[in-house]
Design a binder for this molecule. Structure first.
Ligand SMILES: *Cc1c(COP(=O)(O)O)cnc(C)c1O
Length: 450
């Protein structure tokens, strides 16, 4: 039935005024048509649930291509992109060094089923920058990283219990879907269908920013050291230190999920910023330069429980992929301490610009910033206080978020289509782009119907 949906061909497209650089000869004219056609091939038309716009309503923009700070949809609309692949992109889209690294790696073949120097170099680059990562094992997504870390922690300690925190998100892995942030928070569900009780029977979900008292059943505490999947919630002073001490007291492993914060907050991630040494760290997003990747790094004695040295199984046909490791290495090579300083300044600038714009438009909003990360909360339920946990984060007005989202989208600015995501400012958001962003935001918010 796919063919029943009309799509103009490239010629008709050009006749209709569509330029070849925009549609790239695909001859596909509208977001709506592509989305409908996708939905006949892909459940809900998307490969990651949030992309379907369920939380904000309307039809997703379908990206045709992207460059730097901009994404272009199939209709040719230019959007200043504050999604940046939910943080996987930090240098901007199609960064020349990353693109060249991928091109050059692709010419050497794309996967072999044998070790490569590229994966060695990326593992060394991570270990050099993040001292807790004495060994690093690669996989293909952040989800695979957290699920491997769960198995490794249980295998290494001989214990079952996993502790997580409300509003932290650790990917789509059963044991960590007892309650979640991203997606799950948007849907307002306690978990998800398809995860049997048994799969989460050993998972405790506790309030963020409160150091729990653990017992000797606990294999590991999983935490987003800066919570970036419930808006943006900073760890209160003493929280991460307290977790470290409590894990040490009962012999549990402390696992930092740095899938977002790793190489985003700084060369040493959140653990560098707060000077806490976790036992294991999960990575994803930035370390792949925009290609699929995940990694677990950590203490040598724990990591060596993984097969082939130990008895905790791990394998992956595409793990340590030559393209992903080449792209990741190219990205990490650009990310110096100076770059993060610059990026923090820009993030603060964007957040304060948005705060001022909302204030002038009479919209109650809070834009917390932690280094290079920013979040957004709407409404005044907390009297202007910044949320410190999931319950407080959930007081944000999803209705206002949806209005602001659509107002900005119409003005040429892309936010994530969900009220609990972070804002991702990258190196491509130059002063000129931020000036243009401010203009578009002002125009967008003018038309908002409160
Ligand atoms: C994105 C994310 C994940 C999951 O990574 P995927 O690559 O999407 O599987 C895990 N943890 C955190 C903190 C994330 O933000």
């Amino acid at each position: 039935m796919t063919n029943a949906i009309p799509l103009c061909d490239a010629t008709a497209c050009v006749q209709a005024g569509c330029t070849a650089t925009v549609c790239r000869g695909l001859g596909i004219p509208s977001n709506q048509l592509v989305f409908e056609r996708s939905a006949r091939a892909i459940p809900g038309g998307v490969n990651s649930s949030i992309r379907a716009f369920k939380a904000v309503g309307g039809t997703p923009y379908i990206v045709s291509w992207a460059n730097g700070a901009y994404v272009y949809d199939v209709e040719g609309n230019e959007l200043i992109d504050l999604v940046q692949s939910y943080g996987a992109i930090i240098l901007g889209h199609a960064h020349p060094k990353v693109t060249e690294a991928i091109r050059s790696a692709a010419g050497d073949g794309t996967s072999y089923g044998a070790p490569t120097p590229r994966e060695m170099k990326l593992a060394e680059a991570i270990a050099e920058r993040v001292p807790s990562c004495e060994r690093v094992r690669f996989m293909n997504s952040g989800t695979e990283a957290t699920s491997t870390a769960v198995r490794l922690a249980r295998g290494a300690t001989g214990r079952k219990r996993i502790v997580t925190f409300h509003g932290n998100f650790h990917g789509a892995t059963d044991a960590l879907l007892a309650a979640g942030g991203s997606g799950i928070a948007t849907l307002g569900l306690p978990g998800t269908a398809g995860v049997p009780e048994e799969a989460v029977a050993n998972t405790w979900v506790l309030p963020y920013n409160v150091v729990p008292t653990l017992d000797e059943d606990v294999a590991a505490v999983f935490v987003e050291p800066v919570a970036a999947n419930m808006g943006l919630v900073a760890p209160v002073p003493g929280f991460l230190e307290g977790l470290r001490a409590e894990c040490d007291r009962v012999g549990a492993l402390l696992v930092f999920d740095e899938v977002i914060t790793g190489f985003r907050l700084g060369t040493g991630g959140a653990q560098g910023k707060y000077d806490i040494r976790p036992d294991l760290t999960c990575f994803g997003k930035v370390i792949g330069g925009g290609l699929p990747i995940g990694a677990v790094g950590g203490r040598k004695d724990i990591m060596e429980n993984l097969t082939p040295l130990g008895s905790v199984f791990h394998a992956g046909t595409l793990a340590g992929n030559p393209l992903a490791t080449a792209a990741g290495l190219a990205a990490l090579n650009e990310l110096t301490d100076d770059v993060y300083m610059e990026l923090s300044a820009r993030t603060r600038h964007v957040a304060s610009m948005l705060r001022d714009a909302c204030a002038s438009a009479g919209i109650d909003a809070i834009f917390p910033v932690v280094g290079t990360l920013a979040g957004m909360y709407f409404g005044n339920a907390l009297g202007g206080k910044t949320p410190t946990n999931f319950q407080e984060a959930c007081t944000t007005s999803e209705e206002t978020y949806a209005k602001v989202f659509h107002a900005l989208l119409s003005a040429g600015v892309a936010l994530a289509p969900g009220a609990y995501e972070s804002l991702f400012v990258g190196l491509a958001h130059t002063d000129e782009v931020v000036t243009q962003l401010a203009e578009r935001v002002a125009v967008g918010l003018q038309g908002i119907n409160r």
